[in-house]
Design a protein around this ligand. Structure first.
Ligand SMILES: [Fe+2]
Ligand SMILES: [Fe+2]
Length: 342
């Protein structure tokens, strides 16, 4: 039986190294996806598959770096050194997630400059959840528990995504997201068991973040434009509604342990389905925030562009250093060769 590696070397590659007839390309790609193999950067892939991945990975990368803002807002006001250290580590992790993901997009031939330009000019989106403000310290806990929790539910199946570099980036990201989720849960637990004011602050944060977290899974399956094709390509493994239900089922008992309530009077265990039923989601709010009318859309993008402009000198210095370093190595190699000739 041929090993996966042997099959991969036989697969037509984008540079035509093992190319046969054009129809072979699609057939071999389809067979690799069907066999649950990973598609790698040099493999041939349909243009639409590449475009879908670039769009999804870019939106994911943008969400990681824009998502740093609402929480970074609380670093200077964290209530203790311990909380400050945890929050700083978490926000730095999100920057790292952005880097892994921009690198994954680069393997598809789309540079970071181009993607950042599209983010800054509003041509590419980031997750709408980050257009809500962080009003109190408890929001840091609610984001960790609910927003990072929803992200994990979405992202664990992406570790098996058909595109290799994206799948591998997700493995590390998911490990770090689970730390984020736990720190949020632990923070909310401390507040919930604290003074009545602290408990009320935790409850208020959960009340505000619950519904936007459910919207993170995207529109209902019958309205989701890209879902069916992404599932056929094994980029996605589960539908939006399936993942949303999984998240609700995880959160209900956790909310009980936290001593907090979820703001949905329709939330009840459905014995027949073996899942929790939940109330209707206000999709008009989702579309409105997506269109740019959320409470913080403008602030997030302005801040991002300012950070990018202010970081220009760092990028220039790094590029100059790299050029000098590479130039120096080349010159040294040249000298050696010259010496050998002499
Ligand atoms: Fe992240
Ligand atoms: Fe996170």
């Amino acid at each position: 039986m041929a090993t996966a590696a042997a099959q991969r070397t036989a697969r037509p590659q984008a540079d035509g190294a093992a190319a046969r007839e054009p129809a072979d390309y699609q057939r071999v790609f389809d067979a690799a996806v069907a066999a649950d193999e990973r598609i790698e950067p040099r493999d041939w892939m349909p243009d639409a598959y590449r475009a879908t991945l670039v769009r999804q990975i870019a939106q994911h990368a943008h969400s990681e770096i824009i998502g740093m803002q609402p929480e970074a807002n609380w670093i200077t006001r964290a209530p203790s050194l311990r909380r400050k250290a945890i929050l700083m580590a978490k926000v730095q992790d999100e920057a790292g997630h952005g880097l892994y993901l921009y690198s994954a997009a680069e393997t598809l031939g789309t540079g970071r400059d181009e993607l950042l330009d599209k983010l800054h000019s509003g041509r590419q989106k980031y997750s709408s959840i980050f257009n809500y403000p962080t009003l109190t310290w408890a929001d840091v806990g609610a984001i960790g528990w609910l927003v990072d929790g929803a992200a994990i539910t979405n992202q664990v199946p992406l570790c098996r995504c058909s595109y290799g570099p994206y799948a591998r980036a997700m493995v590390r990201i998911c490990k770090e997201e689970s730390f984020h989720q736990r720190q949020g849960y632990e923070l909310l637990l401390a507040l919930s068991k604290g003074t009545p004011e602290q408990h009320a602050m935790a409850q208020d944060a959960v009340d505000r973040w619950w519904w936007p977290s459910l919207m993170m899974f995207g529109p209902p399956d019958d309205e989701s434009q890209h879902s069916a094709q992404s599932m056929a390509w094994k980029i996605k493994r589960h539908s939006n509604d399936e993942l949303r239900q999984r998240f609700v089922d995880i959160c209900v008992p956790q909310a009980e342990s936290l001593g907090l309530t979820l703001p949905d009077p329709d939330l009840t265990w459905n014995e027949e389905r073996g899942h929790y039923d939940f109330g209707p989601i206000d999709w008009s709010e989702f579309w409105d925030v997506l269109k740019g009318n959320g409470p913080c859309n403008e602030q997030r993008l302005t801040q991002r562009k300012r950070a990018h402009d202010e970081g220009a000198w760092v990028r220039e210095a790094a590029a100059a250093y790299a050029a000098k370093h590479t130039g120096g190595a080349e010159a040294a190699a040249h000298e050696t060769t010259g010496a050998e000739r002499a």
